[in-house]
Design a protein around this ligand. Structure first.
Ligand code: ZN
Length: 165
């Protein structure tokens, strides 16, 4: 089921999300719904608070297949930073450059409650960090150092970019 994506500045987007105690059928349904909602948007990642669920679940699909991470945590990050122009499904129509570590190790649980360790670099590293930020009430514009670089993009450019998180 496609869920409604809430819009910034909805206060839900500013809350710290709760850890998932058990990956039960309710969580598995939420994961399915989030993947469907992300694909329909379309987007490359989605965090539970974006569909008004205040819990630590993210889904990602950068074109290599969709997966979920429950209680994701950045365990390691490198010192080398990379910059991508990010957007967000909760802030349609604007993008801005965000600097983040270019390699991260993310740990969490998969949808079957099995331990998951993801070594990510490049765009995937950025997507994971963007989504995990959502779980702590952080949106990408908070991380744009020079706010004058936040720019509006047209619907057409938005469709071409397809990099909305
Ligand atoms: Zn986002």
């Amino acid at each position: 089921m496609i869920r409604e994506i809430i819009r910034y500045p909805n206060p839900i987007l500013r809350k710290k999300c709760k850890s998932v105690k058990k990956v039960d059928p309710h969580i598995q349904i939420l994961i399915d719904d989030m993947i469907e909602t992300m694909h329909a948007a379309p987007g490359v990642g989605l965090a539970a608070p974006q569909v008004a669920e205040n819990i630590r679940v993210i889904v990602v699909d950068i074109g290599e297949g969709a997966f979920a991470v429950v209680n994701p945590k950045v365990k390691k990050k490198n010192r080398v930073l990379q910059t991508f122009e990010e957007g967000c499904l909760c802030l349609p129509g604007i993008v801005g450059p965000v600097e983040r570590p270019s390699i991260v190790t993310v740990e969490g649980l998969d949808r079957f409650s099995q331990k998951l360790v993801i070594e990510a670099e490049g765009f995937l590293a950025t997507v994971l960090q963007h989504e995990i930020d959502h779980l702590d009430g952080i949106v990408f514009i908070d991380r744009v150092k020079d706010k004058s670089l936040i720019r509006e993009i047209s619907k057409k450019e938005e469709e071409e970019k397809k990099e909305l998180l």
